[in-house]
Design a protein around this ligand. Structure first.
Ligand code: PLP
Length: 432
């Protein structure tokens, strides 16, 4: 059965190249209608001259590869296992490349995402949420039964949650227990997660009483620490590791092959690496699971400012991999211009896009977008302000950097993977 799943998953991945190019996918060349994605990729068209329409989001092939390799090296150097958060891209092709780059598994947030990952053969899933959805738990029990090699871990953060999980899994006739980690909240006023260590023990007791569940560790998300600073994040991470040690001392992890501790997005993995390096020897080997997701494309805004590599430049630097190309469709005054890319196309929840380069409509020359700034987004328009007359004309393409990978990927179903000279070498399919 496990082998069947692997064959189906490999086929599904290959089938992505057999999908037809058509109206479902924004930005793709109208004259490629009816070709398969693989056939179009094989033509190695140029993003600017190969018939693509605007707006179109481009993912840099070189920067993507660089980021994948850099985080593999980082995790290895710091003794961390890696389960990159898949909700960022929801792209099985990228999950596959993350696994090829040493990832232990993929982190996800909700049942649908887990189903996408399973459909594409992901064998280890860390669901960074409490899972109390009975139909999803029935599905999970079926997956675990059908494939002895499938490993699944999720959060628990309440006794009620444990009871609901136990009831649904018992009803489903689950034949092996679901592995759970107690989620420690990141402080007062933070998001999900248990607020006190005493409550964590109550939940561990509830798990111990449930035949359908097995406690394998603790986890949390330092990205939600209120007023995050190296001090507050470090202090919370040490609460998390102390809880792990206390659970172990209290024999909560008896008979495990490995104990799991997990934290870490893309803003504090240096602090996570440091705190996890201090974990003493426990009753079983400890799998230290990092869950960064945004690193994969990185960005030109939020994460550019927050990346730990700003603090440890000697360990490398991520490269922003997205560039959104939009066309100037109106230039009504010397200070105003409008593109055809709006909220449907660009992330806007953290920052507006950044005008970076202009491709001249007549000459094809690319120059810096000096004096051009994005001041707003409508649904289908980008508002630009041009200083000093800013050399921008109707028909020019504007290349923009984006802020926030997760809300960039989700606006595009098929994203051209583009080399530095503009050659489109492949397409990345997303499933949101
Ligand atoms: C629980 C959890 N873990 C990991 C991550 C990944 O963090 P990042 O997006 O900074 O890479 C997130 C992101 O929201 C998260 O919510």
């Amino acid at each position: 059965m496990a082998a069947d799943n692997a064959v189906n998953a490999a086929e599904r991945l290959r089938d992505l190249a057999h999908e037809r190019v058509d109206h479902r996918f924004k930005g793709l060349p109208p004259d490629a209608e009816g070709m398969t994605v693989g056939e179009l990729a094989a033509e190695r068209r140029n993003l600017f001259t190969g018939g693509f329409t605007t707006p179109v989001l481009a993912l840099s092939a070189e920067h993507l590869e660089h980021n994948l390799a850099l985080m593999e090296t980082y995790a290895t150097r710091h003794g961390l296992s890696f389960a990159p958060h898949g909700k960022t891209s929801m792209a099985p092709q990228l999950f596959q490349r993350q696994i090829e780059h040493g990832a232990w598994g993929i982190t996800l947030a909700v049942p649908h995402q887990a189903r996408v990952a399973r459909a594409f053969g992901i064998q280890r899933i860390f669901l960074a949420n409490e899972l109390v959805d009975a139909p999803a738990l029935h599905w999970l029990a079926g997956e675990l039964d059908a494939d002895p090699d499938f490993r699944f871990i999720c959060y628990v953060d309440s006794v009620r949650g444990v009871e609901l999980m136990d009831a649904a899994l018992s009803e489903a006739g689950a034949s092996r227990p679901v592995d759970v980690v107690v989620e420690l909240g990141a402080g007062d006023g933070a998001r999900t997660g248990v607020r006190t260590e005493a409550e964590c023990f109550d939940i561990a007791n509830a798990v111990a009483a449930a035949d359908t569940l097995r406690l394998v560790g603790v986890a949390g998300y330092e990205g939600e620490v209120p007023n995050a600073s190296p001090e507050t994040v470090g202090a919370w991470l040490r609460r998390l590791t102390a809880l792990l040690v206390d659970f172990d001392k209290a024999s909560r992890f008896a008979d495990l092959d490995e104990i799991v501790v997990s934290a870490g997005g893309s803003a504090w993995f240096d602090a996570v690496a440091e705190a996890f390096s201090e974990i003493p020897e426990l009753s079983a080997p400890v799998r230290k699971l990092l869950r960064s997701g945004a690193y994969v494309s990185h960005d030109d805004g939020h994460y550019k400012h927050l990346t730990p590599f700003n603090r440890v430049p000697e360990e490398g630097a991520l490269h922003p991999a997205f560039r959104l190309w939009a066309q100037v469709v109106s230039r009504p005054t010397p200070h105003q211009a409008f593109t055809n890319a709006g909220k449907r196309d660009a992330a806007y929840d953290l920052d507006l896009p950044e005008a970076q380069v202009v491709r001249d409509a007549r000459t094809g020359e690319i120059r810096a977008a000096t004096g051009v700034s994005v001041t707003g987004l409508s649904d289908q328009h980008g508002w630009l302000r041009t200083e000093g007359g800013g050399d921008l004309a109707v028909g020019d393409w504007l290349g923009m950097g984006l802020s926030h990978p997760c809300t960039s990927f989700d606006k595009w179903q098929l994203i051209p993977l583009v080399e530095a000279d503009g050659t489109v070498v492949d397409f990345v399919r997303t499933f949101f």
